[in-house]
Design a protein around this ligand. Structure first.
Ligand code: IDC
Length: 522
């Protein structure tokens, strides 16, 4: 076995080491093929050669060891002493030390050195080695990758950066196939392109002339799972499903208060959110704090404009009666009935619209005495105009008391119950409350959550947020994140001063925004 390993190592070493005269055409490299130039260049620079029998084997899958060794040579990284006797161990150790990849991705113990390197990892290594710090634009680039949802989150920035730099273009179907292997021909092409970009001999696509003005606004359809795909939603058991009965998970952004940050609740901002992969938008219409109760006409107009803009982007859209300082929904039940009656009539033919009838009851509002009777009235009002729409119902303690709703739910179809959490404040206890509620048959919808503490600030708590989102993903629970605005608070997705009216780049997003936008796909 050991001998065999040595022989194999010798063959592979031979396949990689520069050999004089390697420029001679390989019999199996088709003249005029898409990879011919890359192979010739790479072989000509002595970065790799053919096999001892004179072939190059362009279609053969490249191993982790081969890819790292070639990239290291291209980047001028010398091998360092390593424990394993594998032929490429010195290169792999040097690359690991240089931070091109993490220990778990190619363990230095060697068992995966000779396995195919997944494309997403190859791109990470390439970008770290040759184009570190390349900018990445989530909105622009993720839309180009048809199978973006198959990509693991830890590779987003590298793959998006590689697309932005023109290093990767995707296959004929627009797929990246992040977990597939890479042929030797493909590897040569990628390494050559990245090397040229690093040397400044290849312009970044779209880099010249530098756009002085933002690109024109373009309609972007929801990247995945919008209304055109799923149609009228229906609740089956505890799961939200599409018209065809298949489970659907909605993920997207909530606005901040329309009365303060309405500029992020229209046109381009909604388009940017859809373009980043969201299929949900929540329109938070505060009732108190200068909201609907003090200026019903203006707030109604703004809410309608936001809903219409979301519909245009193929998004599902939650119309949220955002009670907060006014903690008991019964206090303004008449206004709520009038508003939702009007809206349910207006949007009765629109499968997009979801009605959230009371954001967060709090204070003295009780489930049995106030919230449930309120919900029964509102469900009746909405159902009379829009019989199929999904209706979201809050609970006491800022929509955390779903156990009370689970024990005594409202009668009717297509009703879901909201659970709100803030990752810096709420954790395992609320999660287990969700599991109990689901176990009792209560459909749960996280119509608001934040990466911050419950006051909208503090942190940012991304690890806790990731735990939460994984938990929700495992259970097929939909969510909207608080909030799409540029307020100087950690829960805000945009940096202060970000213009609402142009496409955003990664640099416009706060750490919270970057994290949340990267999780629309799951
Ligand atoms: C917060 C905003 C903050 C604003 C405050 C009061 O982030 O800028 O000053 O409301 O209007 C909720 C509410 C949501 C809160 C959010 C964070 O639904 O309106 O927004 N939060 O405190 N419930 C739990 C947390």
């Amino acid at each position: 076995m050991r001998k065999l390993t040595r022989t194999l190592a010798a063959v592979l070493l031979c396949a990689l080491l520069p050999v004089q005269g390697a420029l001679a055409a390989f019999p199996d490299v088709e003249p005029g093929s898409w990879y011919e130039e890359a192979v010739a260049q790479m072989a000509g620079s002595g970065l790799l050669t053919g096999y001892p029998d004179g072939t190059f084997q362009p279609g053969r899958t490249i191993s982790a060891a081969e890819f790292v060794a070639i990239t290291a040579r291209r980047a001028g990284l010398s091998p360092v002493p390593a424990q394993s006797s594998h032929w490429a161990a010195g290169y792999l150790q040097a690359a690991l030390q240089a931070g091109w990849y993490d220990w778990d991705e190619i363990p230095p113990t060697g068992e995966t050195f000779d396995r195919p390197i997944p494309r997403q990892l190859a791109v990470k290594i390439l970008m770290r080695a040759l184009l570190p710090g390349a900018p990445w634009d989530y909105t622009a680039e993720s839309a180009k990758i048809r199978d973006f949802s198959a990509l693991d989150g830890r590779y987003y920035q590298f793959v998006l950066g590689a697309y932005g730099a023109g290093v990767v273009t995707g296959d004929a179907n627009g797929d990246f196939r992040p977990k597939d292997g890479l042929s030797r021909a493909e590897a040569c092409t990628l390494i050559l392109r990245a090397g040229r970009r690093a040397a400044g001999t290849a312009p970044a696509p779209g880099a010249s002339p530098a756009p002085e003005t933002p690109p024109p606004a373009q309609a972007v359809q929801a990247a995945r799972g919008g209304v055109s795909q799923h149609g009228w939603l229906k609740v089956q058991g505890t799961q939200l499903c599409g018209e065809d009965g298949a489970p659907v998970v909605l993920r997207g952004m909530s606005t901040h208060g329309l009365q303060w940050y309405g500029q992020f609740a229209c046109g381009q901002s909604i388009r940017n959110t859809a373009g980043a992969g969201a299929n949900l938008f929540r329109v938070a219409m505060y009732t108190g704090e200068g909201g609907y109760l003090s200026q019903p006409g203006a707030m109604r107009r703004q809410a309608i404009a936001a809903v219409d803009a979301a519909i245009e982007q193929d998004l599902y859209v939650i119309l949220d009666w955002h009670i907060l300082s006014d903690g008991n929904p019964m206090d303004h039940v008449t206004e709520a009935e009038a508003f939702f009656g009007d809206m349910a009539e207006r949007y009765q033919d629109r499968p997009n619209v979801i009605y959230e009838i009371c954001n967060e009851p709090n204070g003295g509002a009780s489930w049995a005495g106030d919230i449930k009777p309120y919900a029964q009235r509102l469900v009746k009002t909405i159902r009379a105009r829009s019989p199929r729409a999904v209706i979201l119902i809050g609970s006491s303690t800022w929509s955390q008391d779903i156990h009370l709703a689970a024990a005594d739910p409202v009668e009717g179809e297509n009703l879901m119950y909201t659970l709100h959490f803030y990752a810096g404040t709420h954790g395992a206890e609320l999660r287990s409350r969700i599991d109990s509620a689901l176990g009792q048959g209560l459909p749960v919808f996280v119509s608001e959550w934040g990466t911050s503490r419950a006051d909208g600030s503090g942190g940012v708590f991304l690890e806790e947020s990731a735990l939460w989102l994984d938990f929700l993903a495992e259970r097929g629970i939909s969510w909207a994140n608080w909030s799409l605005c540029d307020k100087d608070e950690t829960s805000a997705a945009l940096r202060p001063g970000t213009p609402p009216g142009r496409p955003w780049t990664q640099a416009d997003l706060t750490p919270s925004g970057q994290f949340v936008f990267s999780r629309f796909a799951g």
